[in-house]
Design a protein around this ligand. Sequence first.
Ligand code: PEP
Ligand code: MN
Length: 348
Amino acid sequence: MIIQLEKNIKESDLERIKSECIKLGLKPTTVNTASSQYLVSVVKNEIDIRLIGSLSGVTDVHRVSDDYKLVSRKWKVGYTTIELNKNSRIGDGSFCLMAGPCSIESESQIRTVLKHLKENGISVMRGGVFKPRTSPYSFQGLGLEGLKLWHKLAADNGVSIISEVMAIDQIEKMYPHIDIYQVGARNAQNFPLLHELGKVDKPVLIKRGMSGTIDDLLHAAEYVFSSGNEKLILCERGIRTFERAYRNTLDLNAVPILKDKSHLPVVVDPSHGIGIRKHVPRMALAAVASGCDGLLLEIHPEPEKAFSDGQQTLNFEEASRLYADIKQLLKFFGVECEMVEGSSASGS
Ligand code: PEP
Ligand code: MN
């Protein structure tokens, strides 16, 4: 059950509502987000919601039968829209492209990618500075110094950046230099990290875990939301199955199911999803057709020389061809896209 509270509810009203909940056998959790305040509780027995709904300070009461509550579609009729920058929104029915290298490598690589993005009207750049590598001997990323440089160059070009946060102590250090936090597949059930990300006021994209179910992903989002941050994006990036012919099994079934179960925007990462460069464009188009709100794509000026994931990374020519195909497909579905206008991101 979700109890929506008045914006500036009196402390005495809040205490009264909580004690009434407890009398009814509920264990309410207080959730404060930037825009609202809620009490959330799992309801085991049938209760008359009017007993709560009539109390002073309550604006609405919703029964939500799912185990996850705040991210469920069962209480929020509209979709959640998140403003990513002045050119880009996600979740409002338009389409959002985020592209960039697997790893941020150098100033010249950042500049080259930014130029390509601007030429193609894309205003969100992806890239890793803290890399979760299977081997400790592989490139681990440029770290905070790389992030600072990248963020400055991107901001100068009116481009927002999304990058993975791997540990709690990185959240605060990254904060002034990041626009969207990414939680990687390996951290999709790192509950302390998810909890801390609930305390920031910037969007968080959560990737589905390697062996995570749809329910696991929704619960991961519930952790962040219930800790105070409702600016959440869900990401399907492929799961590990018995199939070894490709890196991961991109589960596009997840898209309509997630859209059905949750009001949060859903993006697809076809690069990690199949892990084979020549097949990424087709899977990206399949993802568009599946009804997602956006794509997270790995691109690089010279994928053969990329420090990580070059085998699944598109070069600029391949990427530009794909953008053109995406535009065609979006036109077919009647979906608006920032790139469709051919508008390049603002800035110098
Ligand atoms: C990445 O986006 O480069 C990455 C490491 O993703 P994932 O967590 O999906 O493996
Ligand atoms: Mn990668």
